[in-house]
Design a protein around this ligand. Sequence first.
Ligand code: AMP
Ligand code: MG
Length: 506
Amino acid sequence: MNAPEFPPPLAAPSPLSTLDALPFAEGFAALPEAFYTRLDPLPLPAPYLVAASPPVAELIGLDPGEIGRAEFAEHFSGNRPLPGSAPLAAIYSGHQFGVWAGQLGDGRAHLLGAVVGGRGQWEIQLKGAGRTPYSRGADGRAVLRSSIREFLCSEAMAGLGIPTTRALCVVGSDAPVVREEVETAAVVTRIAESFVRFGSFEHWAARNRPEELRRLADYVIDTFRPDCRAAANPYDALLRDVSRRTGDLMARWMAVGFMHGVMNTDNMSILGLTLDYGPFGFMEAFDAGHICNHSDPHGRYSYQNQPQIAYWNLFRLADAFVPLLGQAEIAQAAVEETYVDAFESRFHALLRAKLGLLEAAPGDPEFFAETIGLLHHQRLDFTQFFRALSHLPAIAGDAGADAPLRDQFIDRAAGDAWLAAWRVRLTLSPWPDTERQASMRAANPKYVLRNWLAEQAIRRARAKDFSEVERLLACLARPFDEQPENQAYAAPPPDWAARLEVSCSS
Ligand code: AMP
Ligand code: MG
């Protein structure tokens, strides 16, 4: 018999928790009861795990090994309470499609509480786990299709380095849910530092309840933006912070061709996160006026309108801040003096990075406009164009090196003229090719969540094959890497997907 090892091997204590021991804290529920209604999720019949994100489990301090347990789907369907959680649905209001919509609220979302995780404190929310007092006649459910889309896109955006709510998992059920067609139910578990929206503030301003408005602003400042407390006027500092972050977010969306689709004020995060994934899309054949949401006939939320719409939404938030700031002029100035600069400076920096320009130079805005014009007139695939450009040498050599880009041009002469102008622009701030190309590839993703990719994964998932969701998740987690094995995911839509439409229905 071997002697036992002494002392026994040492292992660092796992900082990660099991499902039963997640350290729940109050989080949003620290606010008074007027801000929410406590209620339990509605059980989901015979839930099964569709997909989960191990990095998000780690983010909230949950051992990813727990994903494999049968209890996992039970907990994240809402069927079995997580010890320490205290579910609630939050109230908010908002402007939808430019019109005041009055009270909305979490119509199908249950906030379970906040977990003090590996990195920071995270609210955990189930979406699709049944009706709440804010459901307004709707069923409180979400379908498998929209849940997979939200799950994949949250993680794709995180992979792109864009501020977003995250998604832990999707749990499905065969329970029918009626939309345009009969689909099946699912619950997506979302994670964010906070789900507070512009509309959460608009709600109390519209109800003429300055006390609650102040409580909410104080909660956001003290919990997430303590630096604002030191400012001469903390509420003014908070509004400026939201404005800057929103400008930054719009620049990041535009630079990857992301379209949210429903930029209502109730879908705008007070922390500047991408929030509420519905009929979103990524630009493929470039059209500046592209409308990704089939339910938006006038294109209020088209690609090119997004920065202006976010600005409009910030003015609605500024209106809501007037009781805190005393004067409308002060609230408006907080937005006016921050947003445009935050958006433009970030957008121009991102465009320079995409084009491989080391420094700003006079004439850049004109060159950017020329580039967008080229994309638009030639209907170039947004992602493929910039990715192909990232491989090109600064000095025109043999035609073969340029072929991956030139082959995308319909009007070769116009494309070549632009390429020549780009090369002239590169000479203004010399940068060795290999370094520039590596930097461009870190700015121009090869992989984005194209609608056809999501659709393909959804079709398989409906047949209970979840492998495509998993493979896409892994691919989109590192969108700047070449991943030759996933080359097919970098392609524009195949014929079967040419007419895919996405609506608000979810
Ligand atoms: P959205 O357009 O998804 O941001 O939703 C706007 C409002 O409608 C929010 O208050 C949602 O909670 C609510 N809502 C959307 N779909 C449903 C549903 N199926 N059941 C209950 N409420 C819903
Ligand atoms: Mg919403």
